[in-house]
Design a protein around this ligand. Structure first.
Ligand code: BGC
Length: 741
């Protein structure tokens, strides 16, 4: 029985791969025949991408007549054009060109198309890979139904610096978590197969090391050891390659003196060489031209030369390829084989999407209407929003709120906000449909409680707007809920901040309200980790709600009233002070570690602050409690070809059903390269009823013990390893050690 099942499976797998192989062969043949018909100018045209009217970067060449260029086959792709009507109109122009090669339409669908999902950093806090995959999939369905073929997501840049505004677009600081999320997002966007009507091409960006821009200032330079690059910054990109990501985007930063766009080591040696990547690389917006500003190229022609040689296939908005590549080929400076290779990669994707068989495949207005108005999408958004919320503090179990509370004061500049809860990158949202926190709570309590609302101050307010009103409302209330944080335009691209404290006079508003002595629950909304020490010290409860999108208010209200028991865990360390940045849980011991807080003389410490974050990576509370007991390892040692099986018991010891993200960390005690104090190597989200226990199993293999040595070889070195299982990176509940022989 077992044998025949296995056999059937093998036959099925063989058929799939034969089909895949056959399809690849036919596409390659079609690409080759088309390539033979193309003039040099038409080839260069395929490498050129223009933006539609809604720009997402500085406009580089206002004189371009886009429609003429499209008609003459000088454009391969358009970004920032959306909707069946618009994309079809422009596709029709492309089909008037000599070879009728269809355009690729692309857009930044970062956290939802019409239905706005939580920002990616928020979703990362769910540690729920199925939910993240589903969120990307709904975004893909809506995008594809709107005539768009390609999203510039996921951003898989690891980042340790919350001053950098783009942390909102990624999965936080951790390489392992980031790699798992990268896979989930790519699989979600691309569905079962490219060409499916519910799938769009994904784009792993920004290759590479953009998340390490110096001092958190956007578009800045990066200096980094190879060792750090390979170990911390590249794995999420490799993970995306492993699950078949269709495209890559390079980045604005330099890496050790070479702009990423002109970086042959990154694009040719690693991506297209070592990783044998078959998809194509689009430049970031204008980044080919920007090599002139960097002082790396003398002019756009030189920039085009350097970029094509380095492996950038498509030029987004620089107009550097369009006007220079043909000349460079004719003058013998660029081998036409480089152009052919880039064109081949792009045409392959157009065939794979089915655009040569039907250029209007994704252009059905009735379907667009149906998919964009599918009511199930909001419910899915609510579900992932709830999962993204992190409960940071809950003194005396003030939360969840009881339904019998009669008088509630709702205070703060974000209480009735809608646009701010969406964050940046919202291609097609109807902001009026966002449920703000006020409405979320109102819907929840109905007429059973009296609600008083006072805004109190503006987000950036400088004056003491209505502190008196806020205090008076708090005095009359049984409980106060405050909504504070950043406005939508404070985190995102080009939104770096040197000061990540709450803006304006929100802290003062909190102090005034808190001084009434009433229980205060603070809901913080932002696109990054913020600093809010006073609130951490004095608020009874703190709910970190990021920017959750369309269903924010309902999701937060569900958490406040216990209809959803929070399960989110921080995907990034929250510093106490900007002075601690860059900050990561995966730091090193140093030669002078602090062993006692009272003894920091000649130790690796600050004299004015502890080293630890305010809230650590992996941290997040629940309304229930979990105990970790009884860890067992199948062996105290293993060889490289062996594994250790481990297990422990997780018990819900509280009153509420809940989910716990159990985290497995490993430390290599002594190695040929100094290793971090702990590194996340596995996690599971486990759901338990009150009183219920489950056995959680894990496996330790050679892969989990490996790292890049000084010669950049991926090795596991014999010796002792510490194993830590915990509820957060700073809350380790079970420990053991084992040897690698
Ligand atoms: C961003 C990319 C984005 C592109 C197109 C650039 O400024 O860095 O992430 O995909 O614009 O909008």
């Amino acid at each position: 029985m077992l044998l025949s099942k296995t056999r059937l499976l093998l036959i099925a797998m063989l058929c799939v791969s034969i089909n895949g192989f056959a399809q690849k062969k036919t596409i390659n043949q079609r690409v080759d025949s088309l390539l033979r018909l193309m003039t040099l100018e038409e080839k260069v045209g395929q490498l050129n991408q223009y933006s539609g009217r809604e720009v997402t970067g500085p406009v580089t060449d206002k004189k371009t007549n886009q429609l003429n260029d499209i008609k003459s086959g000088m454009v391969g792709s358009m970004l920032n054009v959306k909707g069946v009507k618009n994309t079809s109109e422009i596709q029709a122009v492309a089909l008037q060109s000599r070879l009728k090669i269809p355009l690729l339409f692309s857009l930044d669908v970062i956290h939802g198309y019409k239905t706005v999902f939580p920002i990616p950093l928020a979703e990362a806090a769910s540690w729920d890979l199925d939910a993240i995959r589903q969120s990307a999939h709904i975004a893909a369905e809506e995008t594809a139904a709107s005539g768009v073929h390609w999203t510039f997501a996921p951003m898989v840049d690891v980042a340790h610096d919350p001053r950098w505004g783009r942390v909102m677009e990624g999965a936080g600081e951790d390489t392992y978590l980031g790699s798992q999320i990268a896979k989930a997002r790519v699989l979600g966007f691309q569905g079962e197969k490219l060409g499916g009507l519910d799938a769009v091409m994904a784009c792993a960006k920004h290759f590479a090391a953009y998340g390490a821009v110096t001092a958190g200032r956007d578009y800045n330079f990066v200096e980094m050891s190879d060792h750090q690059l390979w170990e911390q910054y590249l794995p999420p990109f490799k993970a995306a390659v492993d699950v078949g990501v269709a495209t890559f985007m390079n980045s604005f930063n330099t890496l050790n003196g070479i702009p990423a766009t002109g970086n042959s080591y990154l694009q040719r040696d690693i991506l297209k060489g070592k990783w044998a990547y078959q998809g194509f690389v689009v430049s970031d917006w204008g980044s080919i031209g920007e090599m002139v500003d960097w002082g790396y190229a003398t002019n756009k022609a030189d920039a085009a030369l350097k970029a094509i040689k380095a492996g950038s296939d498509m030029d987004m908005e620089s107009n550097a390829y369009r006007y220079n590549l043909g000349i460079l080929v004719k003058s013998g400076q660029v081998d036409v084989k480089l152009i052919d290779d880039a064109v081949r990669r792009i045409l392959y994707k157009k065939f794979e999407l089915g655009l040569f068989d039907d250029p209007y495949r994704f252009s059905n207005e009735a379907r667009e209407q149906k998919v964009l108005n599918d009511p199930s999408h909001k419910l899915i958004a609510r579900d992932v929003s709830q999962k993204s919320i992190v409960l940071l503090k809950n003194q005396n179990n003030v939360l969840p709120l009881s339904n019998s509370i009669k008088n509630i004061a709702l205070i703060g500049p974000l209480m009735k906000a809608k646009r701010d809860l969406e964050g940046s990158w919202i291609p097609q949202s109807d902001t009026t449909q966002v449920t703000n926190l006020y409405d979320g709570i109102r819907n929840k309590v109905g007429s059973s409680a009296n609600i008083t609302y006072v805004k109190g101050t503006e987000i950036h307010g400088k004056e003491q707007d209505d502190f008196a009103g806020a205090v008076a409302a708090a005095q009359k209330a049984d409980v106060v809920v405050m909504a504070l944080g950043e406005d939508w335009d404070m985190s995102g691209e080009s939104k770096s901040r040197t000061d990540i404290n709450l803006p304006g006079r929100q802290k003062e508003l909190f102090k005034a309200v808190s001084a009434t002595g009433k229980p205060v629950i603070v809901v913080l909304m932002a696109g990054r980790p913020m600093i809010f020490d006073e609130i951490s010290d004095k608020a009874q409860s703190i709910v970190y709600a990021w920017w959750l999108g369309a269903e924010a208010g309902n999701a937060i209200a569900n958490v406040l009233y216990g209809d959803y028991n929070p399960s989110g865990k921080l995907p990034m360390s929250f510093p106490r002070s900007v002075g601690q940045i860059p900050l990561t849980y995966a730091g090193y011991s140093t030669g002078r570690p602090v062993k006692k807080l009272s003894d920091i003389k000649y130790k690796s410490a600050y004299i004015d602050m502890v080293n630890t974050p305010r809230y650590a990576f992996g941290y997040g509370l629940s309304y229930t409690t979990f105990t970790y007991t009884d860890m067992k390892l199948s062996s105290a040692s293993m060889s490289k070809s062996q594994k250790i099986n481990g297990c422990f018991t997780l018990t819900n010891t509280g009153k509420y059903a809940g989910e716990e993200v159990v985290q497995l960390y490993i430390q290599d005690m002594v190695a040929s390269v100094v290793r971090p104090l702990k590194e996340l190597k596995d996690f599971q989200k486990v759901s338990l009823k009150p009183g219920e226990s489950k056995t959680v199993r894990f496996v330790i293999d050679n892969e989990k013990l490996s790292f890049y040595n000084n010669d950049l070889q991926w090795v596991a070195e014999p010796g002792k390893f510490r194993l830590m299982i915990g509820s957060a990176s700073d809350d380790i509940r079970l420990q053991d050690s084992f040897d690698l022989k």
